[in-house]
Design a protein around this ligand. Sequence first.
Ligand code: SF4
Length: 137
Amino acid sequence: MVQKPIVLASACLTGLCTRYDGQAVEAPGFREQVKNSVLIPVCPEQLGGLPTPRTAADIIGGDGFDVLDGKARVLCKDGVDVTDEFLKGARQVLEIALDQDISKIFLKARSPSCGVARKGVTAALLERNGFRLEEFG
Ligand code: SF4
């Protein structure tokens, strides 16, 4: 039997309503990319214990690598510090990635957790552990 590749993906890209505003996002081309794969959806912010919907948050004072190194924080728009939740969620995603024979990882662009180009916290931790990442949306 041919084994299908295992793909880890930001849960919101798969149509799950995990975004901070409780909405799903439509990422053109994503379904086509993963149609012959075993998909593992993960939302680091939910895995870190944050509710949905939740107040939008952003990295203050650097990028995801700086958060990992204790040089930057993640703050909600209302000033609540959610750095610990972001770090916990990133570690949970890393554990899942290490536990599976992952072929590809697709993450949601521009997110303070998942964004690859902007170095979200989860993206930074996965990159630091040698995973190659692609972003969508
Ligand atoms: Fe969750 Fe990442 Fe999607 Fe944000 S971008 S809702 S953290 S999966």
